[in-house]
Design a protein around this ligand. Structure first.
Ligand SMILES: [Zn+2]
Length: 251
C-alpha cells in the first residue's frame, strides 16, 4: 500500500496530531513510497533495524523512535549507524509515542489492563494527556502478591513489588514505561496499587509514605503490547504483512 495511506490510517486511529509529545509522531525517516512489509518493535534500536533489513521490511513501526526533545542534534555514532541503516535500505521509520500509550484500545495502558485482569478501566481525570494514567477495579480484592505473580506470568519477567498495605487490594492505577512519577496522582485518584514499568529510588519512599503498594514490571515488558496491537490492527485493516519483533530488554 501507499505510505501516505498507511500514515492516514494510523492517524485516524491514534489521533496523534492532537497529542503534544516529546518527539515527532508519525513518519520520522522517509523511505520508499510503497509498503508491503512492516517490522514492528518497541524501540528502533540497531538490533530491530538489522532484523528489518533481514526480513526485507519497507517500514519499521515503533513506540520509541528518534529525535527526542533535548537530544543532541548531531548525527554521529549510534545515531549515524541507525539512520544509515534506514536510508541505505530505503526503509521508512514510523514512530508513535504518547498516542500509543493512551489509546483506549490499542494503547500500552489499555493492553496492560488486560494483563492485570481488568475488563473495565478509565483514564484518571485531570492527568494530561488523557489516558496516560489509567485506573480500574478488580472484581474483588486480592492480595497484591497474586497480582504480582500474575504480571510475572503474563510479562515473562520478575516484578518488583513494594508492599506496604499488607491487605488485599482492589483499586488499581497504572502507567506503562517510565511512568513512576505518576505515583502521587495514582494515590490522589484513590488507588491502592500503582503499577508502572520503571522504578526510581524516590518511588519507594513515595509508596511507603503515601501508603500505596507499588509494582515496577519493566519499561520494555509493559510497552510491548501497544505496538504489537497496532501492528495487528494494520495487518487486519490493510493486509500488509506486519512482523512484531521482540528484542529482549531487561530494563
Ligand atoms: Zn516508553
Amino acid at each position: 500500500m501507499e505510505r501516505s495511506a498507511l500514515l492516514a490510517l494510523i492517524e485516524q486511529q491514534l489521533q496523534s496530531s492532537q497529542i503534544r509529545d516529546y518527539c515527532p509522531n508519525g513518519l520520522q525517516v522517509e523511505g520508499k513510497a510503497e509498503i508491503r512489509c512492516i517490522v514492528a518493535g518497541v524501540t528502533a534500536s540497531q538490533a530491530l533495524l538489522d532484523k528489518a533489513v533481514e526480513l526485507g521490511a519497507d517500514a519499521v513501526l515503533v513506540h520509541h523512535g528518534y529525535f527526542w526533545k533535548n537530544e543532541e542534534p548531531q548525527i554521529t555514532g549510534i545515531k549515524k549507524r541507525r539512520l544509515q541503516t534506514l536510508l541505505r535500505h530505503d526503509i521508512n521509520l514510523l514512530a508513535y509515542h504518547l498516542p500509543l500509550d493512551v489509546h483506549p484500545v490499542l494503547g500500552n495502558n489499555a493492553q496492560l489492563a488486560q494483563k492485570l485482569g481488568l475488563r473495565q478501566f478509565s483514564a484518571v481525570p485531570g492527568v494530561s494527556p488523557v489516558g496516560v494514567l489509567m485506573q480500574g477495579q478488580l472484581e474483588q480484592a486480592v492480595p497484591a502478591e497474586v497480582i504480582a505473580r500474575r504480571l510475572e506470568q503474563e510479562l515473562g519477567r520478575a516484578v518488583l513489588h513494594n508492599s506496604v498495605l499488607n491487605k488485599p487490594v482492589r483499586t488499581l492505577a497504572w502507567c506503562t514505561g517510565g511512568g513512576q512519577s505518576y505515583i502521587d496522582a495514582a494515590y490522589q485518584a484513590g488507588a491502592e496499587l500503582f503499577v508502572s514499568g520503571e522504578v526510581s529510588e524516590q518511588t519507594i519512599h513515595s509508596s511507603r509514605e503515601l501508603g500505596i503498594d507499588f509494582m515496577a514490571a519493566g519499561h520494555h515488558a509493559t510497552e510491548r503490547y501497544g505496538i504489537a496491537a497496532l501492528a495487528a490492527f494494520i495487518e487486519a485493516q490493510t493486509g500488509v504483512r506486519c512482523h512484531f519483533v521482540d528484542i529482549d530488554n531487561p530494563a
